[in-house]
Design a protein around this ligand. Sequence first.
Ligand code: PRP
Length: 220
Amino acid sequence: MITLALSKGRIFEETVPLLRAAGIEVLDDPERSRKLILATNQPEVRVVIVRATDVPTYVQYGGADVGVTGLDTLIEHGADWGGGAGLYQPLDLGIAKCRVSVAVRADFDYASAVRQGSRLRVATKYVNIAREFFAAKGVHVDLIKLYGSMELAPLTGLADAIVDLVSTGNTLKANQLVEVERIMDISSRLVVNQAALKLKQQAIRGVIDAFAAATKGTSA
Ligand code: PRP
């Protein structure tokens, strides 16, 4: 049995076509069903639905053999868990593409604040990515950890800036925020539990190869 960890939303939706191309049909829709373990048309493959930030944890500790997770989540996980030992990252799937950026209120003079060496208050879910980015620029920051709705932070005075995912830019625009720096490009990665790769080598290689074949064309 191969267990694949996915999160609901964009990652699930964009992984389904890759699975389909690999001949795997998920038999339930996680948006409609409350089930957390979803069967597929392949008796030896099942999907578990976990929180996006828990995908690397499930795969690292063997709760799932393989998983699909954003590079953002993977970097934050690695920084918190000592580099993600036990996690093998064989493929960039080229899906769920977006970027991690710094955004501020349209009336906030970010360039001057950075130039003058002010201490910036930055709210984010991505504290490790943000810490490293601002440290490399030599900008002093006070990081405020949030778990969602980061866009609210500059609007309510909680922070000067946010570090968040930007895809279309619509969320920033709807909240009168502007993107001032692009930190990194993001896409989703296939991650594999290293022990499972040894113990179930043939089956997991099959899954990796099928994803690789299905991914051709989506990857940059
Ligand atoms: C992300 C991010 C932004 C939004 C950006 O949230 O936090 O809010 O997408 O997308 P856009 O540029 O296309 O508007 P997501 O929907 O992934 O959910 P989250 O709030 O759980 O992070």
